[in-house]
Design a protein. Structure first.
Length: 160
């Protein structure tokens, strides 16, 4: 199960997670890795799109901890229903929601953390939207490292 932060503008309008630019980046990476999207459940820690209006555009705003806590029961219900063997946290908001503590993504990425009461291991990496915001000269190396993270998550997923 891959868990992101919150729906973006396109996800909010479509009513499905990871259909916008970040989702397209994730889908391409999964395809490159031979990881069938149909075999992975996609969810978000926060279930609503937090934004501010700029003209006619809805611009993403990072959800607060209280918003993540208010949505925690829905994420917990999804995990209970899907019963994934492991969880991949895409970004700090998802990692905090899954682990119940602040997570420094850059410091803790790329390893399985065994801290959840239900025994499910959590792998932490970047949210694909973080890659979309990088300067052009940093993007290729960051994408390669992120794909390596996803490959490690796929190949080494422990059983809960």
């Amino acid at each position: 199960m891959l868990v992101g932060e919150q729906p973006g503008d396109q996800e909010d309008l479509a009513g499905r997670p990871f259909v916008g630019p970040a989702g397209q980046l994730l889908e391409r990476a999964m395809a490159q890795l031979g990881w069938a999207r149909e075999g992975v459940y996609l969810a978000n820690a926060v279930k609503h799109f937090k934004y501010e209006l700029r003209g006619k555009r809805r611009i993403h705003k990072t959800p607060g901890q209280r918003e993540a806590e208010a949505c925690a029961h829905w994420l917990d219900a999804e995990i209970a229903l899907v019963r994934p063997q492991s969880l991949v946290a895409l970004g700090a908001t998802a990692a905090r929601a899954l682990l119940g503590r602040p997570v420094a993504v850059q410091a803790e990425r790329g390893a399985w953390l065994h801290e959840r009461a239900d025994g499910r291991p959590v792998f932490v990496t970047l949210h694909p939207s973080a890659l979309l915001r990088l300067p052009d000269e940093e993007r290729e190396a960051a994408h390669a490292r992120w794909r390596e993270d996803l490959a490690r998550a796929r190949d080494t997923a422990p059983v809960a």
